[in-house]
Design a protein around this ligand. Structure first.
Ligand SMILES: [Zn+2]
Length: 294
């Protein structure tokens, strides 16, 4: 395990509920004797490939450091930057097939519209009404990740039809992710849901960077550094949520990406359309401002 503890503390995060998390963990211990554990080397697992830097680095790490056979899934969920995320997914699909030929399997593209197109505009408006800062509007739709990963769970289960037994799903949430659906509390809750609806408590839902069972709570910079050290060309991943052919460089997700490189002390080879605005130099500053506005 990486055992990299970052500067962000889980106890300080608004999207975590430590009491709830403790009780979820106790539930797992009671049910199966442990909370979560990494599958044995050579085991098959399912992981989300969004085309973003975290998911790409995560899949590479699962193969290189843990020797897991990865079955990635890519969700066509109606995202506005679909073509660019798909381009990244295709690039890394080829790269991983060459680099990890024994462990990597082609990703499956799955079409699941979320949020539903019928109310997407209304949902955006509703979020604007309750959130005075534009930061989060494009960052999270509340049911997006649960829907994506329940889909990933069904995909994992379906692989049984091909003789592949998978009961572990990987996300790649990092310590600075601020949405509720990215927190460890939510990850556990999702894991409980998976076990309950599959009627099988062997199912696991894990995000390595935020998995406190592994002693981890690290951020994007660890993925950046790891990718750099392991020759994974992470700069070909797609972070930006905007519709430009290259990264815009100045949306919150681009700030995160630039911050990741900066904090990792790795030269950022990404081509950006714009310089980063000096108004909000870091994601953390945004969070502080949001708190003071409440
Ligand atoms: Zn951007």
């Amino acid at each position: 395990m990486m055992n990299t503890k970052g500067k962000i503390k889980i106890e300080d995060k608004v999207n975590e509920d430590m009491k709830l998390l403790d009780s979820f963990d106790s539930l797992f211990v009671a049910r199966r004797g442990f909370v979560v554990k990494m599958p044995e080397k050579g085991a098959s697992v399912v992981a989300c490939l969004s085309g973003g830097m975290d998911s790409v680095a995560n899949i590479a790490m699962l193969m290189k450091d843990y020797g897991l056979k990865v079955y990635p899934f890519f969700i066509n969920r109606g995202q506005s930057n679909y073509a660019y995320e798909k381009k990244s997914a295709d690039f890394f699909n080829s790269f991983f097939k060459k680099t990890f030929s024994e462990l990597y399997n082609d990703y499956l593209e799955i079409k699941v519209m979320t949020p539903g197109e019928e109310y997407k505009d209304m949902l955006r408006d509703a979020k604007r009404m309750v959130d005075p800062l534009p930061l989060r509007h494009n960052v999270s739709y509340p049911a997006r990740n649960p829907i994506m990963f329940l889909t990933g769970m069904e995909y994992a289960y379906s692989l049984k039809a091909n003789g592949v037994d998978v009961k572990t799903i990987f996300a790649s949430y990092v310590s600075s992710d601020s949405s509720y659906h990215c927190g460890l509390t939510n990850t556990r809750l999702m894991n409980i849901l998976m076990c309950q609806i599959m009627n099988d408590w062997d199912w696991q839902f894990i995000s390595v960077p935020t998995e406190r069972e592994f002693g981890n709570f690290f951020d994007k910079d660890v993925y950046v550094k790891w990718g750099y050290d392991n020759n994974i060309p992470l700069h070909f991943s797609r972070t930006c949520v905007k519709g430009f052919d290259i990264e815009c460089g100045d949306c919150p997700t681009c700030w995160d990406r630039r911050r990741g490189y900066k904090e990792a002390s790795v030269n950022d080879p990404t081509s950006y359309k714009y310089d980063m605005s000096s108004e909000y130099p870091t994601y953390y500053d945004h969070e502080k401002e949001e708190k003071t506005q409440k």
